[in-house]
Design a protein around this ligand. Structure first.
Ligand SMILES: CC(C)(COP(=O)(O)OP(=O)(O)OC[C@H]1O[C@@H](n2cnc3c(N)ncnc32)[C@H](O)[C@@H]1OP(=O)(O)O)[C@@H](O)C(=O)NCCC(=O)NCCS
Length: 156
């Protein structure tokens, strides 16, 4: 997928450190969870990235929880490129990936429900999801005070 000079593509090994650094900046602001480089490398097949002039400017990942349940996670856009639809395009790319496994459900825990709802997600209660999706929450500084919203897309 290409928009002007921005290319959205599957992540490759040489992207690992750039993904890590992009996420780390927002993790310091407690907007998402940090991902150590070895964790990103291990889950590399889940990641997509956006690249402009050879620089990684956005990323996102689709995690497979089994039972036809996927999560959009680690979504980040370099602040210099925010507000131009790139975050939405990354989520759209991940939805296309999930569609290969349809019927399935794709969810996200987010501070930006509007972005997801424009793409067809709807708000749901967090209690809808099985306990296994909360395994990473123990690493979150807001674990006892989670203010993210849950959104869900059902792909028939
Ligand atoms: C959240 C985040 C990924 C959004 O990325 P983004 O590229 O700015 O997302 P989009 O541009 O698709 O949408 C953001 C806004 O831009 C607007 N927008 C969308 N397409 C646009 C376009 N073509 N031109 C101008 N504005 C556009 C949208 O209206 C949207 O506003 P709203 O959501 O308040 O209604 C990014 O801000 C980010 O990395 N935040 C920090 C990390 C974070 O919070 N990650 C977790 C996300 S779940």
């Amino acid at each position: 997928m290409e928009t002007e000079s921005i290319i959205i593509r599957d992540a490759v090994e040489t992207d690992v450190m750039s993904i890590h650094l992009l996420l780390a900046g927002y993790a310091r602001e407690q907007l998402l969870l940090a991902r150590p480089p070895e964790d990103i490398l291990y889950h590399l097949a889940n990641f997509v990235v956006a690249e402009k002039d050879g620089k990684l400017i956005a990323c996102g990942a689709l995690r497979d929880f089994g039972s036809s349940l996927f999560e959009v996670r680690s979504l980040a856009v370099d602040s210099c490129h925010a507000g131009k639809g790139l975050g939405s395009q990354i989520v759209g790319y991940l939805i296309e990936r999930a569609k290969r496994k349809r019927p399935c459900r794709v969810f996200a825990l987010t501070y930006h429900p509007a972005l997801f709802m424009r793409l067809g997600f709807h708000r749901v209660t967090k209690e809808l999801f099985p306990p296994k999706i909360w395994c990473d929450c123990s690493k979150c500084p807001k674990k006892d005070n989670c203010d993210e919203e849950a959104v869900l897309l059902e792909l028939e």
